[in-house]
Design a protein around this ligand. Structure first.
Ligand SMILES: O=C(O)C[C@H]1C=CC(=O)O1
Ligand SMILES: [Mn+2]
Length: 372
């Protein structure tokens, strides 16, 4: 007899950030996590998480809408179902619900955690086994202030916490951004890789000028310079410059990856469990990208420890993560709701061990930060 799903809870948790995090579409002072707890009839619990950035600034789902989707639409479909067949449960949810991939990712994560706990194996092992146990992690410099970003980069380099940096640009006039980026690159020199994320803020002409300037400044990668739906612009820009493009918003899942690759895009893709609808779905997008010769990068929606751990288990199984990852979400938050935080050191993070995600909730902290 397989265990039956008995309860599903979606909890909003607000944790302040260590400093303002300034993106082209929003400035964050707090991150909201939707923590999902699924309990089965054997008394085991699976943990999942969904986050986004700046409410509705990044995409069409907000933390509040994720909670509503789970409470109102997903929970009734999952109650009483066998917990151990994740594929069947996914087909069930996909039959009744279009999109809502953040909510689906939190559910898939919780079911995978539950499965790992039931089998007493880490999630990476359920996915075929970890190729990497220490995974490189970059840091996003996004205080909005050049001098402060340089200080932050230098102290993180000295501590060997990060060697790669991503700068969030696109909200200021192009040449202001270029001067900001070039000053940071000049300050860190060849000891660090510096990349930028434009979060769709430029039109194609601005992107062409911007990429020429950034290429000259020694920048290594330009993330989503143009609007997500304009595949043709991304393809043309990828043909025009040696400076590679990282597709982010343009690619949620395997089918987006296929159409962008088929249109002739060359470069790299930011995989995110949230965009894809869960760790299993994100790995499908990775397979399509690799088959098309597109480089891989482990992306984040600034998840806390639970979502970050889920992504790390998935990324750990990839042969080659050419551009590393940005799984630093827990470090951007002032506090955590887990018993044992992830271990960040030597420019990366350790894959957690233990059954499932290998993460345990700290009930007192959860009670402190959950939305009343
Ligand atoms: O890539 C994004 O657009 C989202 C994100 C990841 C790191 C960060 O600072 O914001
Ligand atoms: Mn991005």
């Amino acid at each position: 007899m397989s265990a039956i799903i008995q309860s599903i809870e979606a909890i909003l948790v607000d944790i302040p950030t260590i400093r303002p995090h300034k993106l082209s579409m929003a400035t964050m002072g707090v991150q909201t996590m939707v923590i999902v707890r699924i309990k089965d009839s054997a008394g085991l619990e699976g943990l999942g998480e969904a986050t986004t950035i700046g409410g509705l600034a990044y995409g069409p789902e907000s933390p509040e809408s994720v909670k509503l989707t789970i409470d109102t639409y997903f929970a009734p479909q999952l109650f009483g179902q066998p917990a151990d067949n994740i594929n069947t449960l996914r087909v069930r949810l996909n039959r009744t619900t279009r999109g809502n991939n953040l909510a689906k990712s939190a559910i898939e994560t919780a079911l995978l955690d539950l499965q790992g706990k039931r089998l007493n194996r880490p999630l990476a092992e359920l996915l075929g086994g970890a190729v990497h146990r220490h995974i490189p992690v970059l840091w996003t410099l996004a205080s909005g202030d050049t001098a402060r970003d340089i200080d932050e980069a230098k102290s993180l380099l000295a501590a060997k916490r990060h060697r790669d940096f991503k700068l969030k640009i696109g909200s200021r006039p192009l040449m202001d951004d270029v001067r900001h980026v070039a000053a940071i690159k000049a300050a860190v020199g060849d000891s660090a890789s510096v990349r930028v994320d434009v979060n769709q803020a430029w039109d194609e002409a601005t992107a062409a000028k911007g990429m020429a300037e950034l290429q000259a400044a020694g920048i290594d990668l330009v993330e989503q310079p143009t609007p997500m739906k304009d595949q043709a612009a991304l393809v043309r820009l990828s043909e025009k410059f040696h400076l590679p493009i990282l597709a982010d918003e343009a690619v949620a899942d395997a089918s987006d990856m296929f159409s962008l690759a088929a249109a002739g895009f060359a470069g790299a893709v930011a995989l995110k469990i949230a965009k894809a609808g869960g760790p299993l779905r994100a790995l499908e997008a990775a397979t399509v990208a690799s088959a098309a010769g597109i480089g891989l990068y482990g992306g984040t929606l600034l998840e806390g420890t639970i979502g970050t751990a889920a992504a790390l288990h998935a990324w750990s199984t990839l042969d080659n993560i050419q551009w590393g990852t940005e799984m630093f979400g827990p470090l951007l938050m002032k506090d955590d709701i887990v018993v044992k935080p992830l271990r960040f050191h030597d420019n990366g993070v350790e894959l957690p061990t233990g059954p499932g995600l290998g993460i345990e909730i700290d009930e007192d902290r959860l009670a402190q930060y959950r939305r009343k």
